[in-house]
Design a protein around this ligand. Structure first.
Ligand code: HEM
Length: 211
């Protein structure tokens, strides 16, 4: 059957079934299609809105003053009502806005509630380095630590300082050298200047490295 014959059949069918002339039928069909596309455009699902990162409104940082490393542990993020704190070189920062990093399950959760100086200086995640003991760090490690400190100073609010404790009050010290160092250092009473938190020996090394 040729195309012409098919066309004739189609026209007859249109007339038979719709009672409309083929021209009217196709006109209505075209209008209906145009109308459909015009209308369906309105009902298309709107493009996805730009992803709004939900930012929790955080309470303003609260000063904790001078607390011990032991007391700092309470601020490791396990209690969502408490701010998330972390210390570098004895300076405590409110890192609550970095909950993604330091909160439970975060990649750096192990630093939360601790003075992470040693770990940051050595780029280490080892348990034995998760403390504020800076003894024996090399010049590059101290420089890395200073870079971290600089970053934290710029990004987070400083809310307190670590109170150096006589090791005996915190139970058996893991690292005896730390105890000795602390004992030697604290001879003249606790230092009031947080910058003096660094062991004098390391400060010297650091200064040599900077020159
Ligand atoms: C495979 C190695 C590592 C990769 C790929 C990596 C990657 C990253 C990335 C992408 C960020 C986010 C940076 C930002 O958005 O500001 C970050 C942040 C951070 N990294 Fe790493 N990291 C690595 C190793 C380490 C190590 C060894 C340490 C320390 C022991 C460390 C400590 C941190 C800390 C503390 C932050 C958060 C800084 C802040 O609060 O702004 N990272 N890291």
């Amino acid at each position: 059957m040729g195309v012409v014959a098919m066309w004739e059949m189609l026209k007859e069918a249109i007339v038979a079934y719709t009672g409309l002339s083929p021209a009217t039928f196709f006109t209505i069909l075209a209008l209906a299609l145009a109308f459909y596309y015009a209308i369906s455009g309105f009902f298309e699902p709107p493009p996805p809105p730009p992803r709004i990162v939900e930012r929790e409104v955080l309470p303003p940082p609260v000063e904790v003053g001078e607390i011990t490393e032991e007391e700092l542990k309470a601020y490791d993020g396990t209690d969502p009502k408490k701010p998330l704190l972390m210390a570098i070189k004895g300076q405590i920062y409110d890192v609550s806005q970095g909950r993604g990093f330091y909160g439970p399950g975060g990649p750096y959760a192990l630093f939360a509630g601790k003075d992470a100086s040693r770990a940051l200086a050595k780029m280490s995640f080892e348990e034995k380095d998760l403390n504020g003991d800076m003894s024996g760090l090399g010049p590059f490690e101290l420089e890395a630590l200073n870079d971290w400190e600089f970053r934290f100073m710029g990004k987070y609010a400083k809310v307190g300082t670590i109170k150096k404790t006589v090791a005996a009050t915190d139970g058996p010290a893991e690292d005896s050298s730390q105890t000795e160092d602390a004992a030697v250092k604290d001879e003249g009473g606790p230092s009031k200047n947080p910058d003096e938190y660094a062991h004098p020996k390391e400060v010297a090394v650091e200064e040599v490295a900077k020159e």
